[in-house]
Design a protein around this ligand. Sequence first.
Ligand code: SAM
Length: 176
Amino acid sequence: MFGRVAPVEMEIGVGKGRFLLAAAAGHPDRNWFGLEIEAEYVQIVRLRAERARLLNLRVERIDGKAFVERRLSAGCLAGLHVYFPDPWPKKRHHKRRLVDPAWAGAAARALAPGGTLRLASDHEEYFSLIDGVLSKEPLLEKLCPEEAGDWSTGTSYELKYLKTGRPIHRIVLRRL
Ligand SMILES: C[S@@+](CC[C@H](N)C(=O)[O-])C[C@H]1O[C@@H](n2cnc3c(N)ncnc32)[C@H](O)[C@@H]1O
């Protein structure tokens, strides 16, 4: 896909691509692969990547749940990023949520040893479920705040929530 061999980091739910575009520009030694289900956002990110001449960025209209669970080979990712996944607050919609134990196991297997999964959410209830599910995944080790360091996603949602003072929850896990 990228025409070269380099570590691949993947983001699920790129939106308009603020994180992915900055990551690809800041880390030209890595390949950055974005998944997004909204076709319009895929087009926007492609256009911006082209304008910025980012040859190490690809984005596809792909569902990040099925893709992680069914299509990734073991250890193929150097990093996985999920920022502000849709919380689907209504109980009858919870099955649409991205993170559950099956997804967590598949995501952990797709990461290369030492690779990290980073996730951020403003939704307290969904984040607490995510935290529980990911912390229980035996192939992942949760990093303590000192080890994870001070980081932010730089996404549009994060900027929007920071302006309104809404708390943002973050988690970083390392593949054992
Ligand atoms: C709340 S927005 C966050 C966008 C961006 N990450 C940010 O922080 O600004 C969630 C995004 O994930 C996309 N999305 C939702 N479910 C998805 C899935 N299963 N696979 C890929 N993208 C998905 C939505 O279309 C939307 O663009």
